[in-house]
Write a new protein. Structure first.
Length: 229
């Protein structure tokens, strides 16, 4: 199949899944900003996105996209290393047009994965998972279940810890580097690679990613400051 047997096809899969994940991050960012405006509104959103069938379908689809993105990322990285052979061990001056993020996408991706795992432990495992377990007739801790749709509680609890705040900010920093390169690179792969549009996409990528990551970081910092007051 072209999407798996061809190098270009693999890049297309990476680009499409990456763009889909960026769209999800945008939605997630908008949802998080609600927490800064109204605790009740945010908890209403959390309840709406609990263990309902549409939320479960969306979560499953998101997980599939993420897994495919990771698999193809490692696949392309190994392919590129194999193609370079022993040249990758040679000490050469890095070309100015080659971004730092471009050369470290794998490392940045690993940090993003670790950060996602941390995020799932802090939120998904305490919100949607207990509700799913309860609906399936499995044992779920009563106290955990009672706070499953109380998103504000989990945000306040998570970001009252300095360690968590630092870890999340490091994660968001890695995410910024990963997205600024990945966003415009995806557009290049999909055909917008002429000299005019590639420069525009690089600019859009930097601005868009900065806004999304800054909004995520704002929630982290604001709730940490609130915990100190």
């Amino acid at each position: 199949m072209w999407l798996s047997n061809s190098s270009v096809g693999r890049k297309v899969v990476m680009s499409v899944t990456g763009i889909a994940l960026v769209l999800f991050l945008t939605f997630h960012m908008a949802m998080n900003l609600v927490a800064l405006i109204s605790a009740n509104a945010y908890n209403t959103v959390c309840e709406f996105l609990g263990a309902n069938w549409y939320a479960l379908v969306g979560t499953a689809a998101l997980a599939v996209l993420f897994i495919i993105h990771i698999i193809y990322a490692f696949w392309l990285t190994m392919q590129n290393r194999k193609a370079r052979g022993t040249e990758r061990y040679a000490v050469t001056e890095r070309r100015k047009e080659v971004e730092w993020a471009s050369q470290n996408m794998l490392v940045l991706g690993i940090i993003v994965i670790v950060g996602l795992a941390l995020h799932l432990v802090h939120f998904w495992s305490k919100m949607m998972l207990p509700e799913v377990m309860h609906d399936l007739g499995m044992h779920a801790d009563t106290m955990t279940l009672a706070y499953a749709s109380n998103g504000i509680y989990h945000i306040e609890n998570t970001f009252s810890s300095v360690v968590n705040v630092v870890l999340y900010l490091v994660w968001l920093g890695a995410l910024w580097f990963h997205l600024t390169h990945g966003f415009w690179s995806s557009m290049q792969t999909l055909g917008w690679n002429n000299k005019v549009w590639i420069n525009r996409w690089q600019c859009i990528s930097n601005i868009y990613t900065s806004i999304v990551v800054a909004c995520f970081a704002l929630v982290v910092v604001v709730f940490f400051i609130k915990s100190l007051i």
